[in-house]
Design a protein around this ligand. Structure first.
Ligand code: FES
Length: 107
């Protein structure tokens, strides 16, 4: 299990143990967290799973591919240098302790 902390816009932190191989979007949606929607089911086609990743974890994530890059241009909330699609972040031991913050809005 990988520890992930989700931070909502009001600062509320939710710690979760996420099974390896599960995306951070899937874990958040299946736990009923309000911050992500995940409309396309994780195909990098909707940008409703946008999160801001704690900068210290950015280097541990896979590079942004073309599809994710395109979707990050369509996020409802501002794109920042730490923006990623949470459906493209698969939980694994390298990112144990990762903290992600939900944006103001997803749609
Ligand atoms: S769930 Fe649609 S882009 Fe991530």
């Amino acid at each position: 299990m990988v520890k992930v902390t989700y931070i909502s816009t009001d600062g509320t932190e939710t710690d979760m143990d996420v099974a390896e191989g599960t995306s951070l979007m899937q874990a958040a949606v299946s736990s009923g967290l309000d911050g992500v929607i995940g409309e396309c089911g994780g195909s990098a086609m909707c940008a409703t799973c946008h999160v801001y990743v704690d900068a210290s974890f950015l280097e541990k994530l896979p590079a942004i591919d073309d599809m994710e890059e395109e979707m990050l241009e369509c996020t409802s909330s501002d794109r920042r240098p730490t923006s990623r699609l949470s459906c493209q972040i698969e939980s694994n031991s390298d990112i144990d302790g990762i903290r992600v913050t939900f944006p103001e809005t997803q749609v």
